[in-house]
Design a protein around this ligand. Sequence first.
Ligand SMILES: Cc1cc2nc3c(=O)[nH]c(=O)nc-3n(C[C@H](O)[C@H](O)[C@H](O)COP(=O)(O)OP(=O)(O)OC[C@H]3O[C@@H](n4cnc5c(N)ncnc54)[C@H](O)[C@@H]3O)c2cc1C
Length: 437
Amino acid sequence: MPQATPAGWTNWAGNQSARPSRVVTPASTAELTEVVRRAAEEGRTVKAVGSGHSFTAIASAGDGVLVRPHGLTAVHELDREAGTVTVGSGLPLSGLNRLLAAAGLSLTNMGDIEVQTVAGATSTGTHGTGRDSGSLAAQIRALEIVLADGSVRQCSPTEHAELFEGARLGLGALGVVSAITFGVEPSFLLTAHEKPMSFGEVLAGFDDFAAVNEHFEFYWFPHTDRCSTKRNNRSQGPAAPLSGFKAWLDDEFLANTVFGGLCQVGLRLPQAVPTIAQVAGRALSERTFTDLAYKVFTSPRKVRFVEMEYAVPREAATTVLRELKALVERSRWRISFPVEVRTAPADDLWLSTASGRDTVYIAVHLYRGTAERGYFTEVERLMTAHEGRPHWGKLHTRDAAYLASVYPHFGDFTALRDQVDPGRLFGNDYLRRVLGE
Ligand SMILES: Cc1cc2nc3c(=O)[nH]c(=O)nc-3n(C[C@H](O)[C@H](O)[C@H](O)COP(=O)(O)OP(=O)(O)OC[C@H]3O[C@@H](n4cnc5c(N)ncnc54)[C@H](O)[C@@H]3O)c2cc1C
């Protein structure tokens, strides 16, 4: 959870900070309403934060009132018949996963980690990879939100439907979400098959891999021809998790401790990075395991980095990836972090990066403290040349004019914002840039 104290707030990556005038931890919707009313009376802005895992300043409270998530973590209702669970907006995904598992239930899809709060994750469109299933926000069935005038709205496709459309993935711009209802399903096992392949092989087979597997993704190691592919598919079992030692060796020791050490070396000796990448790429071995879905989807990320991720139209993906590889090869950059590639089906959320189009996500990372030297700038130029949409929580430089041109429902969202928050009680510098004044 983030480091929000009266002395200040910083995000996980350490690249964003704020000095709010007040830090509050409401423990009920009624208390949250009071927080919002008082701030409005005092002319202060309000910003709810999650776990601080966004790289952009989207969660920055500036000098306004910062709402911590820790008091809003209750489980309100688990309705097996309807296949839904309703929880407080500040509950971390890890808590949700465990409570669902104990009840024999599961989310359908999720991203790489489970430390974000449910409202924090959904507000920026956090996603994993999927052929048929989309982001966490796409799994929302209803929500409760406190608006700028202090009113509380229950929203669903049949109640305040327009607010529901916007607030499922609302960038924290429409109000403070107090509770979220997710659609859930009986818990299931996934078999993960991880296999090293060459860049050429992966790109040649990409359409097939993405069509045949329920969840396909791959990592490409810059300065090499090597990729690590991952296919996750539902399994009838039995469960065959990695042994405690193997899980520690691969996911804790190699992926975090050793990788973090190599990144440190790369920071001091940038010329060694291509060799490190070759070694890291070669160290990957094929492995298969079967476990509960959330344990396969997520893993710990301890090495601190900054990230940019763009969603490009599915049909442009292999072209963009080839251009990205050529860009890295032409450059003098030294990139120690792999590029992550995932997919999502088109969805209908107004500000979802997959809104209205089948999507491929391409994410680039830099070890925290690495000089940028134009890597993100050039990658962003490439992505925007293909109508890329930036992840709302990951670094980018786009503004409202650009975003309006790549989101068909952008105007619907800003009109709704004008209606429910005309005074910009929930505004901050980031929202001014991406949504306009
Ligand atoms: C190590 C790491 C791994 C990641 N992996 C993935 C991944 O696999 N897939 C992916 O898509 N992204 C990923 N991300 C990005 C991350 O999931 C998003 O940035 C997410 O929004 C962070 O959630 P959070 O709880 O930390 O929210 P914060 O970053 O604290 O806040 C995000 C937004 O949510 C708003 N918000 C929070 N609570 C409320 C509320 N109650 N009501 C209204 N608005 C609210 C904030 O105001 C802000 O606008 C990763 C980030 C890191 C650091």
